[in-house]
Design a protein. Sequence first.
Lengths: 114, 113
Amino acid sequence: QKEVEQDPGPLSVPEGAIVSLNCTYSNSAFQYFMWYRQYSRKGPELLMYTYSSGNKEDGRFTAQVDKSSKYISLFIRDSQPSDSATYLCAMSGLIKAAGNKLTFGGGTRVLVKP
Amino acid sequence: DTEVTQTPKHLVMGMTNKKSLKCEQHMGHRAMYWYKQKAKKPPELMFVYSYEKLSINESVPSRFSPECPNSSLLNLHLHALQPEDSALYLCASSHPGQGTEQYFGPGTRLTVT
């Protein structure tokens, strides 16, 4: 079993709909949670960063973390065709090693149709 | 400014060639990373530098040799690569320590012939 599970999609939605993405994880040591957007053949772009449980909103994006269920979500409101991309969740924990090792989900491909 | 730059954007090299990938950031980050990403897969960590010292090597073959000349630059030296090493190579940076956000560069698309 992978440490972080993410549905690969593709997730196809009409323009203007809410996109709902999620990841589940098994390692209770994870404390820091990130969502990245990656366009084809480009580097990942950091969208949201949250620490521990709770919600965080930034413009059209809302990130939720439920540590008791080991479940994180990303919601995109008023989706646009430009939101079509692969979305990667990533997380890290309280580790002593120098640096910050991220564990990624496999990514969900999202298609927003005009 | 959250920009990480990488050069070159594309690289084609033969199995006997020696080449280098370069990464630069000016965000004052003291942790820098190399990742390898194959198509339709998430990035895989290769190396981590913290305060210009190699802190993590994820059992990467010796044909990949990282170098961190200063706090802003990170190189990846390539020698005697195999066709299966063809991938997108990503550089990232962050503040060192636990739980800090990593910012990625655009990547170098490497093809080994």
